[in-house]
Structures are given as structure tokens and as C-alpha cells.
Write a protein that binds this ligand. Structure first.
Ligand SMILES: O=C(O)[C@H](O)COP(=O)(O)O
Length: 211
């Protein structure tokens, strides 16, 4: 058995609350989002983990979530690497649009395909596969070697950048990933084998609360 990888999706953002496609836009957490991030941190504190390093994206909602988690586990000053490789999927021309307005305009099914499919990009934006094409190499070069050397690593990132990682870790098919939505602030604790496959996965919270 090697190290531990913890994935946590940022708490509710202002644009989650307003029901707007967000992508690379940079809204802050709402009060609820702050509470969700703190709750995720509390669950990790109760789990008893101490991290060696943290990774987050270049976006404020993930960075603040990361800091709330680190505060909760008593590691406020832990080294934290920020990289846009972990950013949310780029929503392209949909960024800033209301999700219900988009459903009214393009239809429920089309919008669901843009949001959850593996390889259909929203207009001018990234599909999940495109997102993975930048998340996976970064994971392989910058994150995985640390886990394999026995470190405990936190990644605080986004619904779709983390879905692209979970797809590989959990060996999900294109059909299975369509149904996966990650809850905000719910940590997923992976223990990896020396060959980088998953030895165990624990979800510290209610993933069915995803919205
Ligand atoms: O970028 C966004 O709008 C959200 O963070 C995630 O959106 P989704 O639920 O459509 O994947």
C-alpha cells in the first residue's frame, strides 16, 4: 500500500446559487459554500488525516475550500500548489448563462449531454475528455509520484476536473460517468496500491446530496 489521495469539490459558489454556468469564471463561495468546505474539513479531521501537501486550481472557490479544509485539520500553513490544470471544465459560450434558460433554449437532453457526457463539448468549451486531457497529465507528473512515495495529498478542485480523475481511478465507462455528479464539500479518500490502482475508497459524507 502506498499513499493517500483525498479529492474534495469546492463548496457552493455564488454562481452555483444563481444557477449560472461557471467554468473558468471566478465567483467566490457563498456562506453555504463556506459551511460545506468547513464540514468537509471537519470530516477529514475526524478521520484523523494529516496531509503532506495540497493542490488546488487557479480559481478562488477551490482555493478557499482548500484553505478551509487545511484550517480544519490544523494545517493552515501547509504547502499548497495552485495550477490551472485543475480548473473547472471551460464552459465556453455557456459561461455566465442561466442553466434553466439554456434548457429552455436548447432542450433538457442537449444541456444534460453538454454537462455530463464524456466527449461532447459545450459550444466553444471543453468536454470531459478535453478536461481530462489536461488534468490527467498533471496528475501523472505532479501528484501521483507523491502518493506513490507514501505521501498524503489533498486536491481541492471542481465538479468536472475531479470527475475526470474519478473516471480513471474508479475505472468508469463513458456511460457510467454520465450519471456521476460530485457533492460539494464531500471528501473522497483513496488509498492507492504501488501500481497506482485503487486499494480502497471511502466517501466521508453524502454524495447523493449532489446538485
Ligand atoms: O462550472 C459550473 O457551472 C459548475 O461548477 C459545474 O457545472 P455542472 O454541474 O454543469 O457540471
Amino acid at each position: 500500500m502506498s499513499g493517500t489521495l483525498v479529492l474534495v469539490r469546492h463548496g457552493q459558489s455564488d454562481w452555483n446559487l444563481k444557477n449560472l454556468f461557471t467554468g473558468w469564471r471566478d465567483p467566490d463561495l457563498t456562506e453555504l459554500g463556506v459551511e460545506e468546505a468547513k464540514a468537509g474539513g471537519k470530516a477529514l479531521a475526524e478521520y484523523g488525516i494529516k496531509f503532506d501537501i495540497a493542490f488546488t486550481s487557479s480559481l478562488i472557490r477551490a482555493q478557499r475550500t482548500c484553505q478551509f479544509v487545511l484550517d480544519a485539520v490544523g494545517q493552515s500553513s501547509l504547502e499548497t500548489i495552485r495550477d490551472q490544470a485543475l480548473n473547472e471544465r471551460d464552459y465556453g459560450d455557456l459561461s455566465g448563462l442561466n442553466k434553466d434558460d439554456a434548457r429552455a433554449k436548447w432542450g433538457e437532453e442537449q444541456v444534460h449531454i453538454w454537462r455530463r457526457s464524456y466527449d461532447v463539448p459545450p459550444p466553444g468549451g471543453e468536454s470531459l475528455r478535453d478536461t481530462g486531457a489536461r488534468v490527467w497529465p498533471y496528475y501523472l507528473t505532479d501528484i501521483l509520484p507523491r502518493v506513490l512515495s507514501g505521501q498524503k495529498v489533498l486536491i481541492a478542485a471542481h465538479g468536472n476536473s475531479l470527475r475526470s480523475l474519478v473516471m480513471v481511478l474508479d475505472k468508469l465507462t463513458k456511460e457510467q460517468i454520465l450519471k456521476l455528479n460530485l457533492a460539494t464539500g464531500v471528501p473522497m479518500v483513496y488509498k492507492l496500491n504501488a501500481d497506482s490502482t485503487v486499494a480502497s475508497k471511502e466517501v466521508l459524507g453524502d454524495m447523493s446530496a449532489a446538485h
